[in-house]
Design a protein around this ligand. Structure first.
Ligand SMILES: [Zn+2]
Length: 448
């Protein structure tokens, strides 16, 4: 299939060409074959007139827990901080099953697609009583909507009886975790350029995983040649936990066990100091900043403006602590939250959009084919309709308007050359049915 996008009012490539007005772009099959001002000759299967539209690379979300969309806005934990919030929700999540994993992954992906995400990561860390197939079901759910997917095989192995936070019902035996790591990497991890699915390994957090499993996961990732991900330095409670249990602050604990490493990206990094940032920089560690979750749980403000030399990206985090999968909102919150602490000139709309595009691609080590609209890259692109009410009077700088004027949703979303949103509508046929099923499962989980 060959597409010509012409008369693009504003094109922001986040790549080699920078920004263009009145531009054209050609997509052939899964990749971009032309970007420029001149309309190219030739025949096309489809020509799309993009007058009044702004086009940019699709957003890359680097931290999520898709299953948590089943437990958004649960009344009992609306006002809880992280540890209390988790302890209450574990009791609901222990009843997750295959259908719940599939439906929640599809519904959360649909919400992300409408907010401009073309690639998402996920951390599914909870496998009640060996329900290892939850991972396979979430891969199916995301692929039903058509997003590019970089799931991580999450894990929890340290329950309350071993000094951790989760109950026994949601942790797994370490041998089982290690063998599942191998199974899912062999089954789903595609190393080729334009891959639609890649897998990383992700023991959940310092307070739910043993030191031994952290070290064995690192060895496994090296053996399998995949990336590593975990939560780190999210709250003061976690810092106290690490000091009590390991005698070290979170970043120092990671240094001790070899996790300051270019394979790794951490979610949150709220409670860190300049010395920690220098250690992260020296070891080329990636960052997933999750401002909405940090605000929602009252965790604090991550010092993102001090991480200029790091690979920084954005994550919506699980929908139980956001409570959306809305990437546009995440981009806006990233800008606003840094300004609360560091002032109005501390961070620009273009910078936060960079985190959400090429920044995310760099964190997932996929910047050789996504994150920028360069010739030869995958055709992962989105458009906003600048004639919508939210942009009225805000078009002095159309790209920044996406952030500053609070764009509501994309008009168009293409992943790997496949259109998944057009005229603001998802193209999957069964979204209403999925939402009904999602609400039924959610009610069952929340009310028991
Ligand atoms: Zn998280």
């Amino acid at each position: 299939m060959k597409y010509l996008f012409k008369n693009i009012s504003h094109l922001a490539t986040f790549g080699e060409i920078g920004e263009l007005e009145d531009a054209c772009l050609v997509v052939e099959d899964e990749r971009i074959t032309y970007v420029g001002s001149k309309e190219p000759e030739g025949s096309f299967d489809r020509v799309i007139d993009c007058s009044g539209k702004i086009m940019l690379p699709g957003f890359v979300n680097t931290h999520h827990h898709l299953y948590q969309s089943l437990t958004r806005n649960v009344k009992g934990v609306q006002n809880a901080k992280l540890f209390d919030w988790l302890v209450n929700l574990y009791e609901m999540w222990k009843n997750l099953d295959d259908e719940a994993a599939y439906v929640s992954a599809a519904v959360a992906s649909a919400e992300m697609a409408l907010s401009g995400v073309t690639t998402t990561s996920d951390m599914l860390y909870l496998y009640p009583k060996g329900k290892n197939s939850l991972f396979d079901e979430e891969v199916k759910g995301v692929s039903h909507i058509g997003l590019r997917f970089h799931p991580t095989r999450g894990a929890m192995s340290m329950s309350k009886k071993d000094g951790g936070l989760p109950p026994d019902s949601v942790v797994q035996d370490e041998d089982e975790i290690l063998s599942e790591y191998e199974r899912v990497v062999h089954k789903y991890h595609d190393r080729k350029k334009y891959a639609m699915t890649r897998v990383a390994l992700a023991p959940c957090s310092p307070f739910s995983v043993t030191e031994k499993l952290m070290e064995e996961t690192l060895r496994m990732a090296e053996k399998l040649g995949v990336l590593l991900h975990t939560h780190l330095a999210e709250t003061k409670d976690e810092e106290r936990f690490c000091l009590d249990k390991f005698g070290l602050k979170p970043v120092d604990y990671m240094e001790k066990i070899g996790w300051l490493n270019p394979r790794v990206w951490f979610a949150h990094l709220v409670h860190i100091d300049d010395e920690d940032i220098e250690k992260l920089r020296k070891n080329d560690v990636g960052v997933s900043h999750c401002p909405s979750s940090n605000m929602r749980l009252g965790s604090g403000i991550a010092p993102i403006v001090k991480m200029r030399e790091l690979r920084v990206s954005l994550g919506v985090d699980g929908s139980a602590s956001n409570d959306t999968s809305n990437m546009i909102l995440e981009i806006r919150n990233a800008l606003l939250l840094q300004r609360v602490k560091y002032g109005a000139s501390a961070i620009t709309p273009r910078k936060v959009l960079e985190f959400a595009t090429i920044g995310g691609a760099r964190v997932l080590r996929m910047d050789d084919y996504i994150g920028a609209l360069n010739v030869g890259n995958a055709a992962d692109l989105i458009m906003f309709d600048l004639n919508k009410i939210e942009f009225a009077g805000g078009l002095d700088d159309p790209l920044s308007a996406i952030v500053m004027c609070d764009a509501k949703q994309v008009d168009f979303n293409m992943v790997n050359g496949n259109v998944i949103v057009e005229n603001g509508n998802l193209l999957v046929k069964d979204i209403e049915d999925l939402i009904k099923r999602h609400n039924r499962i959610s009610k069952h989980l929340v009310r028991g």
